[in-house]
Every structure is written in structure tokens, then in C-alpha cells.
Design a protein around this ligand. Structure first.
Ligand SMILES: [Zn+2]
Length: 80
């Protein structure tokens, strides 16, 4: 059994979400960054995950702010 023969990309993928959450240990973060430096596939995947998170944050915050605007508008204009 060669259990040291772990797929580095699979390992990197496992660390991707905790990496984006900034919850990895220093050693894990260094390992992930080292792999991202070497591996273009994982680097693209990382950029995709990162932009997806940015997009989700915007998608979540926009309906909230427009709902808030509607509330404020309703308060300003009295309904007779
Ligand atoms: Zn990789």
C-alpha cells in the first residue's frame, strides 16, 4: 500500500473552501499556496471559486438593499 501517493490536486481541492474561509493552519495555507503556484488547473479553480463567492455575496446583498429601499420609501410616502 502506497498511502503517501495522494493526488495533490484532490488534496488542494479539499483545502480550497477552508482556504477561502481563512480557517487553514499556517502550514496548510503555505502548502495550498505552494500548490497553487505550481498548478495552473488548481489556480484557475481557485479564481473561479473566489469570483463565485464574490458574486454570491453581491447577489445576496442586492435584494436586501432594494427591499430596504422599498421599506424606506413606504415609510416616506404615506399610504392613504
Ligand atoms: Zn493541482
Amino acid at each position: 500500500m502506497k498511502d503517501a501517493q495522494q493526488d495533490p490536486c484532490a488534496h488542494c481541492e479539499e483545502m480550497m473552501q477552508p482556504y477561502l474561509d481563512h480557517i487553514l493552519t499556517e502550514a496548510e495555507r503555505v502548502e495550498a499556496e505552494h500548490h497553487l503556484d505550481d498548478c495552473e488547473w488548481c489556480r484557475r479553480r481557485y479564481r473561479f471559486e473566489e469570483s463565485l463567492r464574490t458574486y454570491v455575496r453581491q447577489a445576496v446583498s442586492e435584494p436586501m438593499s432594494s427591499a430596504l429601499k422599498a421599506k424606506l420609501a413606504a415609510l416616506r410616502i404615506p399610504l392613504n
